[in-house]
Every structure is written in C-alpha cells, then in structure tokens.
Design a protein around this ligand. Structure first.
Ligand code: ATP
Ligand code: MG
Length: 611
C-alpha cells in the first residue's frame, strides 16, 4: 500500500449489538407456551382444517408479506431479515406471502422479482419439502365466507352512503361519528345486499361492507371500518372472478390467521390498526371460523438509510425520467440495484441485523452499509491491481538493467494476503508501465511520497527525483516527465534500480517511502470502470419537503477507461475483487463480457464522505 494513504481497513459498524425487543417477545412467548399445542393443517386454512392437522412442528410462524406492486428495496430487506431471522433463530418457519388483494397495481413481473430478491438475500421458505409461499388472493373465498358470517352475526353491514357522506359522518377527534341510515338494517337485509355486491348487481362504489363496531371510538379505525368495496378489475391471480375486493385492513389479519402465523410483525404505522386486527380475529375465532391461538401483531420502526429514497413513487420517477438506467441501476436502493452494484447478501443482512428493532423509526447512515460490505469482503475478495486514471511511466534504463528493451520480468503477488491457498497472481514488469495519474506530481506538495522529478531548490541545492516501489516489482527513481502543448503530463520517466525486485535477496536495501500500484503496458487488459458514488449529495434528500431531484449527485457515476492486471482475464460476471488502494469492485452482471470487462466500484476502501 502507498505509505501516504490512510489505513484502508475500515472496520465494521461500531455500534454494539442493538436491542431487539421482538426477540424478547418471542422468547417470552416460548417460555410461557403461548403458542404451544397449536395444530397446523399442513397448509393455510380455517379452524376445522387446522384442528384436523398435527401439532405444529414450527415453534413460531412469521411472514414477509410484500405487495407485488414494485421492486423490493433496502427497507424491505430489514423486514425480510427480521421475519426470516426470528423464524431461523427460534425453531420457526417464515412464510413468503404475496399480499395481492388489490387488483389494480399488482403484476406477475413483481412477483417473480420479489421471489428472486428474497432468495438472493439468502432466505428460503421451503421447509421439509413444503413450500410456504402463499398468495393472499387464494384466500378470497374464505374472506368472503367470513364476511357473510360477520353479517349474519350482526357484526357488519352494507352501507350505501356516498364516499363523501361516509367521510363526513365519521367525525373527528372531538366529534363522534354519525350512524348511516344503513347501520340499522337487519342481518337478513345485509346478507342479501352483500350477495348483490358479490354478484355484480351494484355499480363500482355504490356500496361497501363495513364492520359494526363503535362510532364514538377515540380510535378512528374502529368507527365501522370498511371491509369490502366493489371494483370491477381483473386480478393477476383470480382474473374476473370477483368484482368485490377486501380492504387491506380486513384481509391482512385473516391471512395471518389462516396461515397460523404467531407473530405478525409490521411497521409502526399499523399500530392504530391493532385494535381492529384483534377485534376481527377474536370474532371470527368465536364464530368458529379461525383457529386459536390467534396471531398477535407487533410493530417496529422502519429502517431508513441516508442518501437514498425508498418511496416507490420516487424510485419510479428516477427510472422513468432517466436519472438512472433502470430498476437494477447500481445506484438504486432496490435489492436488484444493490446486487448489481456489488453489495453482498451478507453485507445487507449484517446492516439489517445490526440496526436492531425498536419502537421508533431508525435513520442509518449509508456508510454503515459500506462498512458492512468492507467487513465482508476484506477477508475474502481476491486482490488485483487496476489503474483507474492511467499515465504512462517509461523506465528509460530498462535494457541496461534487464538486457533488452523487450524483456518482461515475471512478477507474482498473493491472490489474498491472508489466504495463501488461493495461490498467486502472475503478471510482468516491462519497460512501459501504467500508473495512476495522481501518483506523479511535478511540483509535489509537502508529504507527497510518490513520484516527483529532481528539482533545484531556491538556494541552488539539488533534490533528486523520488524513489518508489512498484508494488511486487522493482524500485524506480523518477527522472522527469514529458508534456504536451497544453502542459499536460503525457508520460513520466524513471530509472529502474537493479537488484530491487520484490521477494529477491537484498531487495529492501533501497529504502523508499512510497509504494504504488501499476499494470504493465505489455500485458494490461483494457477495462471500463464505473465509479459509482452516492445517488444524492444530501443525507436526507427529501428533508423539509425538498424535491429529491434537486440534490442528485452529479458525480454519482464517473465512467473511466483503465487497465487491469492480466490475471483478471476471463473473470465471470459478479466476481468481486479488491483493487489494491482503490476499493471493492464487481464484474457487472449485465454489461461485463469476459473479453470486454466492465467493473463497477462497489465502494472505496475507506469512507470518503466522513465529515
Ligand atoms: P411503500 O409504502 O414504500 O411502497 P410498503 O412498505 O407498503 O412500501 P410492502 O410491499 O407492503 O411495501 O412491504 C412489505 C413489508 O416490508 C411490510 O411488512 C412493510 O412493513 C415492510 N417494510 C417496507 N419498508 C420498510 C422499511 N423501510 N423498514 C422496515 N420494513 C419495511
Ligand atoms: Mg404496504
């Protein structure tokens, strides 16, 4: 490493293991046997189905319930790691459930992408040969049956007020709601009406099914919430079979209960929905439709990361307006974007797990993710040399020292300094070498220990050109440089010092303060380097209602043409390396071709954004 570079080994995120109150809840429930003795029918189902099944071998059941209306992002990774992690750690099973009860926004494309992303992150829902992949839309029949049961029990009614009337009659914090004229209908009337809704005899929006709870409740969610609406829309799974669709707040608790979920973990904004969650499930269990013990909802704070946005609308805007190249652009905080950028599944899991779970939303600095990536790759990514901004260095006395200008001196370097079993990289040193442009300074600043030419001090004394070691190669002494008409340096000149080759006896006799990385011109591979950086210049791109597009980082991608050492010939897609002194890179999974390499910079070796 260049001795005038800082220690590149940025450590893992410093925080001590953060609290995770959800683990505490699960441990307490296991201790008290809250969910012991549950039966599981082998698949989701009603009370009778589960009663006929064996004791559930899973100690707990959790679920990750994405709505298939977009791509998963880093915030979802938090929820995935929590739910699958709790199941893994406590002898449970985590289901992947598509919460696809809204017919308008959901598509198969997203279903496939979500499956791929969760697998990539390292989680699986197949246990003992049974796949616990479920679709909420498969429960539409049960949901409707439950709706009829609520109506018959006098716990729900069909309301034909207009949407405005309903809003006005809901009241507010200070005023209780006002009953709809439909609220006093008999169960028989309501049942007939509900069936008309189902059978397509009412227009879209002409009526809704509402729970009959408490119009004066201080919790507005209990003021007769809507359970079903009429909407003629083709659903990606059930086609045109239904023209009424359940509301999320009605569907979600039922989905959990049908699947025998024990711990239904969701984000904080659902806290006010918990009383309705419990109301609904208790009544349906009392009516004999759902198995006990019932699932319990537990809320935790969202994970937000600085320098990104996660709202689906904003992400779509970035894609559709061409600020990025697509949903998998390496700058996108989607799991596909993070994957293509080069983040490892382990680094994302480490960040998610390390952020704990609490009752408040969490803001994590993006550098934590980079720290997790470095911690993961430091010990495993093979090393290689690459020149990002090339400048030619000519060793003018090469023939004198090595016999001929054409001589190529074989050099070796360990593939990984801590893993000798990974073997050696091979490359050659010759008369011409690519070095980094900023490893040469015609007029060096104080403390610059890399290449600079000889100079004469104001007092007339001579300072010799500086000596550096070409890493794994030989020591060279700078003798000058050549420049073009504009004064830009076109090549650097140096002499090579005999008997200084790394690894040979006496090679260290010449002391140098700097070591630089390089690639031999004779065997260098041309490479396209995509130097990615933060998407935005501001940690909170939307702070104070700001338009996130106004703080896009203009340098969030710099494309460079550089050179790679020859050992990287034929690198497969998605192989990751540490390019010495420069950072971690990955062979791009889309654009990279073994004969025309394209590497993405995942992150630098240290945090260049630290204040
Ligand atoms: P958005 O509202 O941003 O479009 P969503 O949260 O509604 O996304 P879902 O598909 O419903 O998207 O999310 C699936 C699960 O992931 C939910 O349980 C949700 O609470 C959780 N989740 C989404 N974003 C985050 C986040 N930033 N932190 C933790 N969990 C999250
Ligand atoms: Mg949602």
């Amino acid at each position: 490493m260049a001795t005038d570079h800082k220690d590149p080994k940025a450590g893992p995120p410093a925080a001590a293991k953060p609290s995770n109150f959800l683990r505490g809840i699960v441990e307490r429930d296991l201790e008290t046997g809250a969910y012991a003795g549950r039966h599981f029918g082998g698949s989701p189902g009603d009370a009778a189905h589960h009663a006929a099944g064996a004791l559930d071998a899973a100690k707990i059941r959790t679920r990750f319930p994405p709505e298939p209306n977009g791509y998963l992002h880093v915030g979802h990774a938090k929820s995935i790691c929590l739910n699958f992690g709790l199941a893994r750690d406590y002898g449970g099973i985590c289901h992947l459930r598509f919460d696809d009860t809204n017919p308008e926004k959901e598509e198969q494309e997203y279903v496939d992408a979500i499956i791929e992303a969760v697998h990539w992150l390292g989680f699986d829902w197949t246990v003992g040969g049974t796949s616990h992949l479920y679709y909420a839309s498969d429960y539409f029949d049960f949901m409707y049956r439950a709706a009829e049961a609520l109506v018959v029990a006098g716990l729900a009614y069909v309301d034909e007020q207009s949407a405005e009337e309903m809003r006005a009659n809901r009241g507010d914090f200070n005023t209780p709601g006002t009953a709809s004229p439909c609220r006093s209908r008999t169960p028989q009337e309501n049942l007939a009406r509900l069936r008309e809704m189902r059978d397509g005899q009412l227009a879209d929006g002409a009526a809704v099914l509402r729970a009959k709870i408490d119009l004066a409740s201080p919790n507005i969610n209990l003021r007769d919430p809507t359970l079903y609406r009429i909407k003629r829309a083709t659903h990606h799974n059930t086609g045109d079979r239904w023209c009424i669709y359940p509301m999320y707040t009605y569907a979600h608790p039922i989905e959990d209960a049908l699947e025998c979920i024990t711990h239904s973990i969701c984000t904080l904004e659902f806290e006010d929905q918990r009383p309705f969650y419990d109301w609904l499930l208790e009544h349906l269990a009392d009516l004999g439709l759902l198995a006990r013990p019932l699932p319990r909802q537990h809320e935790f704070g969202r994970l937000n990361l600085s320098y990104i946005v996660t709202s689906k609308r904003k992400l779509r805007q970035l894609v559709e307006e061409g600020h990025v190249t697509g949903w998998d652009d390496p700058r996108m905080p989607t799991l596909f974007g993070l994957r293509r950028r080069g983040y490892t599944p382990a680094s994302i899991r480490a960040m998610a797990d390390g952020s704990g779970a609490s009752k408040t939303n969490i803001w994590l600095d993006y550098s934590v993710l980079d720290g997790c990536l470095r911690a993961d790759l430091e010990s495993q990514a093979p090393r290689a040399m690459a020149v990002l901004e090339p400048l030619k260095l000519v060793l003018t006395n090469w023939a004198e020292v090595n016999g001929a200008d054409a001589h190529l001196e074989p050099c070796t370097a360990p593939a990984h300094p801590q893993h000798p079993e990974l073997g050696q990289r091979r490359f050659t040193l010759g008369r011409e070498v690519w070095i980094e442009r900023d490893d040469f300074a015609e007029l060096p600043a104080k403390g610059f220990f890399r290449l600079y030419p000889p100079k004469t001090q104001p007092d007339g004394s001579a300072v010799p050109g500086n000596k550096v070691r070409l890493k794994y190669g030989m020591v060279v002494e700078c003798t000058g440089c050549e420049k073009d008409a504009e004064g830009r340096v076109t090549q650097v000149l140096a002499r090579v010092l005999p008997d200084t080759k790394s690894g040979t006896p006496g090679a260290d006799a010449v002391k140098v303060k700097g070591t630089i990385t390089w690639v031999g011109v004779a065997d260098a591979l041309p490479v396209t380097l995509k130097l990615y950086d933060r998407l935005y210049t501001e940690a909170q791109p939307e702070a104070g209602g700001r338009d996130h597009l106004t703080v896009l980082n203009p340098k969030n991608l710099v494309v460079a043409q550089g050179w790679l050492e020859p050992s990287l010939a034929g690198t497969p897609h998605e192989a990751r390396f540490q390019f010495e002194r420069h950072g971690y890179f990955i062979a791009d999974r889309v654009e990279h071709l073994p004969g025309a390499p394209v590497f993405n910079r995942i992150t630098t070796l240290r945090d260049s954004w630290a204040a």
